[in-house]
Design a protein around this ligand. Structure first.
Ligand SMILES: *Cc1c(COP(=O)(O)O)cnc(C)c1O
Length: 477
């Protein structure tokens, strides 16, 4: 059959690989360089739903040339997406996606070495272990602690819950009870269910006026469950909730967990890397004492999506639930070597450590500390501006880098405040310089500015504040 383009063989030759890679890199760099000028929330036109449904369903029988495919990807589909790489992205929890780290993903994939176990690529696997060691040190975990890279915070939380469950409950799951604040990330509920802990065994503990878990309510809930013959086994603290950035009292919760014989897991997917900011270390005190800690380098270290991590104080507990061997696998290495298959659920997998290892090698650790301190400083700057803004109420000083607020007026009911806050966000987002998202907190709609993209600078932040002020002014009382 005739085709207009020479079908490449599966095994590209050198010039073919270079040509394809150069083409892709050209398009990509052009896009990334112009990202600051694009609408912060993407460009979603009316027809998105129909055009999505109209996407072709059949695989092409013959190969097609890359040019038109890249054109479609970059010109048609990509614009209708939140610009999560842009400086104006202040919604949900940003990260940005360091290019150096994206190169690490590509390098790891193109090399395609087997890094699930130690023997097939000892140096590569050991490097990943060293990278986990950096995280361990940055988080103040003791030297014997270990950890693994995961696809993200959700999987890290799941692995922690399964590990705690195995240690404390063994095969009898039904009586086991898990505790977390009412503002805990929803993936903890999902993970509990995946781990065999039914919803009626997950307690949402009350929070204080700054949305932090109340230790006395935790104590009371544990006592009540024990009286009912249940088996409390795990408390999950948040080191920065996604809603408002609230930090649970980690030290106090840790002490309760110790005295009650519970596993203490800290979900630091959003906030743990703020421990690298000296001024925030006291607020995060106790993180280093947890039994396990979820980290999300694809948030707080600005990596592209796909790099989460879990630190665990005692490797034996991870091994107890994950170490299995088989006759077709290479022999396990000596225990002092790093071997992710022995402590985590995956076998074949991407070279998960390389994107972080490469980025830290190229930029240096100091660059990450400085950038995260800068995001904290920008959040404080935003809070200061909002405090002075008429018709807007700052709900709390930022505990980390999320600034929660509402549109307000003495004449409005709470419901009117919800409606107006939503409208305010929509209006700011329509201006396209920044993109914000809200959250329902204790039944009320809350606007939030979350500063965590490495590209966000004071100039862009001030533009966002300007837009907020103008939109609120236009709204009236
Ligand atoms: C983002 C987030 C998660 C989930 O992490 P993913 O990487 O999206 O899977 C869990 N907990 C908190 C607090 C988060 O902010």
């Amino acid at each position: 059959m005739e085709t207009e383009h020479a079908q490449p063989p599966l095994d590209l030759d050198g010039p073919q690989m270079r040509e394809l890679a150069a083409r892709v890199i050209d398009r990509l760099v052009e896009h990334i360089v112009q990202a600051p000028t694009l609408p912060a929330g993407g460009a979603f036109d009316e027809g998105v739903s129909e055009r999505c449904l109209a996407l072709p369903r059949e695989a092409p029988e013959l190969g097609v040339p890359p040019g038109p495919l890249l054109d479609q990807l970059f010109d048609e589909w990509l614009p209708a997406s939140f610009l999560t790489t842009g400086p104006g992205y202040l919604a949900y929890v940003p990260g940005g996606g360091l290019f150096t780290s994206a190169i690490g993903h590509f390098l790891g994939a193109a090399l395609n070495r087997f890094t699930g176990v130690w023997a097939p690529a000892p140096f590569l696997v050991e490097l990943e272990g060293r990278t986990i060691g950096w995280l361990r040190e940055w988080m103040g975990f003791p030297e014997g602690a270990t950890g693994l890279f995961t696809p993200g915070g959700s999987t890290s939380n799941l692995t922690a819950i399964v590990t705690a469950r195995e240690l404390h409950l063994g095969p009898d799951l039904r009586a086991g009870v898990l505790y977390a604040s009412e503002d805990v990330h929803h993936c903890v509920h999902k993970s509990a269910r995946l781990a065999g802990i039914a919803a009626d065994r997950v307690r949402g503990i009350a929070v204080d006026e700054r949305r932090r878990l109340r230790p006395e309510a935790l104590r009371a809930a544990i006592a009540e469950d024990r009286d009912a013959g249940l088996r409390p086994f795990l408390v999950v603290s948040s080191a920065g909730t996604t809603n408002t950035g609230a930090i649970d009292p980690l030290e106090e919760i840790g002490a309760i967990a110790r005295s009650e014989g519970l596993w203490h897991h800290v979900d630091g997917a959003y906030g743990a890397f703020f421990r690298l900011v000296p001024e925030l270390r006291p607020a995060l005190a106790g993180i280093e004492g947890a039994d396990s800690l979820t980290l999300d380098p694809h948030k707080g270290l600005f990596l592209p999506y796909g790099t989460g991590a879990l630190l665990v104080r005692d490797e034996a507990h991870l091994r107890a639930v994950h170490e299995v061997t088989a006759g077709y696998l290479p022999e396990l290495p000596a225990p002092e070597h790093y071997d992710p298959s022995r402590i985590g659920p995956e076998l074949s997998r991407p070279y998960r450590g390389l994107p972080l290892w490469l980025a830290v090698q190229l930029h240096g650790a100091a660059a990450f500390r400085e950038a995260i301190a800068d995001k904290r400083a920008l959040a404080l700057r935003a809070a200061e501006r909002l405090r002075a803004m008429p018709g807007v109420t700052l709900l709390d000083e930022p505990q980390l880098s999320i600034v929660p607020f509402r549109a307000s007026d003495p004449g409005w009911s709470e419901e009117e405040g919800d409606r107006r806050t939503r409208a305010l966000l929509e209006e700011v987002n329509a201006r396209g310089r920044v993109h914000l998202s809200g959250a329902t907190v204790a039944g009320r709609f809350v606007g939030r500015i979350c500063v965590l993209c490495f590209r966000t600078d004071a100039e862009r932040l001030d533009e966002g504040i300007e837009d907020l002020e103008a939109a609120r002014g236009a709204m009236g009382g």
